[in-house]
Design a binder for this molecule. Structure first.
Ligand SMILES: Nc1ncnc2c1ncn2[C@@H]1O[C@H](COP(=O)(O)OP(=O)(O)OP(=O)(O)O)[C@@H](O)[C@H]1O
Ligand SMILES: [Mg+2]
Length: 426
């Protein structure tokens, strides 16, 4: 058995991993960590939940150890597409970093920038950032990338797509040209070429999965639900199941509506999308992680990278826009060798679209006709009849009486938000 120490990681890090019960490297870690430690540029593709965060993060820490950083001048930089993912990466790397005497900081949008300015006034060794906030801090003169020796780009194919590429390029252009670069994703496709050609030197590619990054502990189903009304009823029954469930919707508005419908039948669901305030976003992730909120309804903002224990079912309530999104959404379950189920709810008029999407994703998903509380539905998803009392909107106290509920307090918040934030991507 290969150990993390055999891969060349410092014993301080190995000790922290072992304390977390992590003893044996996963395949992508075994393949890529030695090259990253040796200073090579690495392109890494491993399935969802296969341990890519440690694969790029731990060698970065090892390479930064033993030398000082200056205030506002990190020597390591990780770029990630969403606030939640950046925060998660920081959290996962914090203990191994501390064991080496290194400081990790995340800077993301939605947080008062003065907070980051203060945090950068002390030396930071590894900075994890969403591109927009990094750029803001640079233009205010509070952050410099001149000392960056190693840059990692997580979800690199998304970071190379049209929405992010200009910002990512700007940031990479500010790092020293001879620095080390690590690009990782479960789906490293053509878009990444734009970054490779310009920013990588003789990169080594480590790929531990076929292009269609299937996870073999994951079961996929297409549930044929017929019309919209039937689908909506089925969603509520799936929401009432035991266990953690993530439901994906195409739009922010769809998320808000779905959360309301679920709560109305007593299912404790919370929503996550880009128009929500940071407080609500954090509460949604925390409540879902600690199990107090069993259902998370989200846009694709939660499709990539988010690592939450014990998600047993992913539901594509709306089919994803493209096959890569299918794989990333699905990958919120069956992580790190655990098993999980992924269902796509398919209305009659969506059959062709979903068929093509799954073919492109390389996913073999049997089609099963289901009706409300049918045996097939219950067997595959654990659906139950929702029987709880209606719940107030997240963050509000339960209504004292039914008249209080009828008179509302329900909508103003989401109504106010709707229509705003046109620049957000999710
Ligand atoms: N060698 C290991 N042994 C056991 N668990 C591990 C190991 N490496 C990582 N893990 C755990 O596996 C989970 C998934 O890891 P991670 O989030 O890095 O996956 P990923 O490959 O980045 O997935 P995604 O493509 O969805 O972003 C994490 O909870 C992590 O702590
Ligand atoms: Mg990841």
């Amino acid at each position: 058995m290969t150990s993390f120490a055999d891969l060349g990681l410092p014993h301080e890090i190995v000790r922290v991993l072992n304390k977390q019960g992590i003893e044996e490297p996963f395949p992508i870690q075994e393949a890529a960590i030695p090259d990253a430690l040796a200073g090579r540029d690495v392109l890494g593709r491993g399935p969802t939940g296969s341990g890519k965060t440690f694969t790029f993060g731990l060698p970065m820490l090892a390479r930064l150890a033993g030398a000082p950083s200056k205030p506002g001048r990190p020597r390591g930089l990780v770029l990630a597409p969403t606030r939640e993912l950046a925060a998660q990466i920081r959290e996962r790397l914090e203990d191994p970093a501390a064991a080496l005497g290194l400081r990790v900081l995340d800077v993301v949008g939605g947080v008062n920038i003065n907070h980051h300015i203060r945090a950068l006034a002390a030396p930071v060794d590894l900075l994890v950032a969403t591109p927009g906030r990094a750029e803001d801090l640079i233009s205010q003169g509070k952050l410099s990338l001149d000392d960056v020796r190693v840059t990692a780009i997580d979800e690199a194919d998304q970071m190379a797509d049209m929405g992010f590429l200009p910002q990512v390029r700007k940031l990479l252009d500010r790092t020293p040209p001879d620095g080390q670069r690590l690009l990782f994703s479960a789906t490293l496709d053509g878009d990444v070429e734009k970054l490779i050609a310009r920013y990588m030197h003789d990169p080594v590619t480590h790929s531990t999965a076929p292009v269609e990054a299937a996870v073999d502990t994951m079961e996929h189903y297409q549930l044929l639900v017929g019309d919209r009304d039937t689908r909506n009823e089925i969603v509520l029954q799936i929401g009432a199941r035991n266990g953690k469930t993530i439901m994906f919707m195409r739009t922010k508005h769809g998320v808000d509506r779905q959360v309301k419908k679920l709560r109305r039948v007593g299912v404790n669901a919370m929503g996550l999308h880009g128009d929500k305030g940071q407080g609500a976003r954090t509460r949604a992730i925390e409540g879902f992680s600690d199990g107090t909120t069993p259902v998370l309804v989200a846009t694709d903002i939660a499709a990539r990278g988010i690592d939450i224990n014990d998600v047993s079912l992913v539901v594509h309530v709306d089919p994803p826009a493209e096959h890569k999104a299918y794989l990333h959404r699905a990958g919120r379950t069956a992580r790190a060798g655990t098993s999980g189920t992924v269902v796509t709810l398919v209305m009659d008029e969506q059959r062709k679209e979903v068929d093509q999407l799954l073919k492109k994703a390389g996913v073999d998903a049997p089609t099963v006709r289901v009706t409300p509380m049918s045996e097939e539905l219950v067997n595959i998803t654990g659906a139950r009849k929702p029987e709880g009392a209606p719940l107030p909107p997240p963050g509000q106290q339960p209504a004292k009486s039914s008249s209080a509920r009828a008179s509302g307090g329900q909508q103003p918040r989401s109504r106010r938000r709707r229509g705003g934030g046109g620049k957000q991507r999710h």
